[in-house]
Design a protein around this ligand. Structure first.
Ligand SMILES: CC(C)(COP(=O)(O)OP(=O)(O)OC[C@H]1O[C@@H](n2cnc3c(N)ncnc32)[C@H](O)[C@@H]1OP(=O)(O)O)[C@@H](O)C(=O)NCCC(=O)NCCS
Length: 374
């Protein structure tokens, strides 16, 4: 392969961004200049969503207006509800999320208007309606009655309410909120780059987010949080963990929830999420997954020097909260809509069509023979 090719764009800087900064050398991540851990400690998800979308933390009035707007946009159309009810129950919820955003695009009166004002209106609708559509599928596929959104509840509380018909205690809601904050934005990851690439042809925001969802689904990206849970379920109990992970490494298997393209000595989001995973395990009085977590992590670091990424603690945390495993990556979606949208705005503001080159390594020039001679 030619020396000039940077497979997977590894190490290539393709543009500038003012949204977030990933600093692997000091194990840090900032959103608009604020450390993600600091935001987790002092803010709720809605404040961070506002920050990512608008560039500044909101004051009380700005937050209230933002929440009011999000609340107002929660209702989904009858045709979207009917579509969700008619989707096969076996469909992966990530495909449902992708389809739901696509349908929202068909219904949006601003669909073809790419002005900054129209784009913000569309983002608020996608941000508010996607959790509602996902929760509707969560219930519909179990044959349960769909629960409409509840105005008085926060973004996180409302998601629990729509999925389970109740809101858990405030520490569980806080852990969920923290996971949303940590998932909200992460610079030029593959789904964000997908959204920016789609935007670069001046296509519309629903298309860009639909494409980003498809990209996030993959197990090398957001889909890893589901794979982590499958792994933990295969391990079953802490006594099996050591043998399991050593076997996996002897077989040269990829262990999900470990490794990262940018962080090579630990993901800055992990310590915070690990702490909240511990809190949820304590509340649920279930330490099994924590024990498995620690054993697998220790061996991965000792044998491979590969550290966990944020999907490693979120997987078992969502499981303990009661979510079905295939809903873990859709939860990532409802948060990352904020990051994707901010990048779509940024791309529009200083657009350049994304069109790289490829070094051709196929057949050299050949003469076409007629069909009856082939
Ligand atoms: C995220 C990921 C795709 C990053 O990949 P990358 O930057 O392209 O790095 P590579 O896949 O080339 O990994 C470098 C080396 O570490 C190994 N490695 C990386 N992650 C590994 C993992 N999770 N388990 C086992 N080995 C791993 C690779 O096999 C490779 O070894 P080699 O040099 O002997 O071939 C990769 O770490 C991975 O597949 N992780 C599991 C999926 C996951 O958790 N994704 C969520 C990311 S937030």
């Amino acid at each position: 392969m030619s020396e000039d090719i940077k497979k997977g764009l590894m190490g290539v800087t393709v543009d500038e961004t003012a949204i977030s900064k990933v600093m692997p050398e000091i194990n840090s991540l900032t959103y608009r200049g604020y450390a993600a851990q600091d935001l987790c400690a002092k803010c709720k998800f809605e404040e961070v969503a506002y920050l990512i979308l608008n560039g500044e933390l909101p004051n009380k009035k700005q937050l209230k207006d933002f929440e009011k707007r999000e609340n107002k946009e929660r209702k989904i159309s009858k045709s979207l509800i009917n579509a969700i009810k008619s989707i096969p129950k076996t469909a992966h919820p990530m495909d449902v999320a992708r389809t739901a955003v696509s349908i929202m695009g068909l219904e949006d009166k601003d669909a073809s208007n790419n002005s900054p004002q129209a784009n913000m209106r569309k983002v608020m609708r996608i941000f508010a309606k996607t959790p509602v559509a996902l929760a509707a599928f969560y219930r519909a596929r179990k044959g349960k009655k769909i629960i409409p959104p509840e105005k008085k509840l926060s973004f996180s509380e409302n998601f629990f309410h729509m999925c389970f018909g109740k809101v858990p205690n405030k520490d569980i809601v806080k852990a969920f909120d923290v996971s949303l904050i940590l998932y909200a934005e992460h610079s030029f990851n593959v789904s964000t780059f997908t959204a920016r690439t789609i935007t670069s042809s001046l296509s519309d925001i629903h298309g860009a987010i639909t494409g980003a969802i498809a990209s996030l689904k993959g197990p090398l990206h957001g889909g890893a949080n589901e794979e982590v849970m499958h792994m933990m379920n295969k391990i079953k109990k802490p006594e099996n963990a050591l043998k399991w992970i050593n076997n996996a490494l002897d077989n040269k298997d990829v262990v999900m929830g470990f490794g990262h393209r940018v962080y090579k000595s630990g993901d800055s989001r992990v310590p915070t999420m690990r702490e909240y995973f511990g809190k949820v395990a304590q509340i649920k009085k279930d330490k099994k997954f924590e024990k498995i977590y620690d054993i697998v992590e220790k061996v991965m670091i000792e044998r491979k020097n590969i550290h966990p990424n944020v999907d490693y603690p979120t997987g078992p945390t969502y499981h303990l909260m009661g979510f079905d495993t295939d809903f873990f990556t859709p939860i990532f979606v409802i948060s990352r809509i904020t990051g994707w949208s901010a990048h779509i705005f940024e791309q529009h503001a200083a657009n350049k069509l994304i069109r790289p080159l490829a070094s051709y390594n196929g057949n050299q020039h050949r003469k076409v023979t007629q069909l009856n001679q082939r």
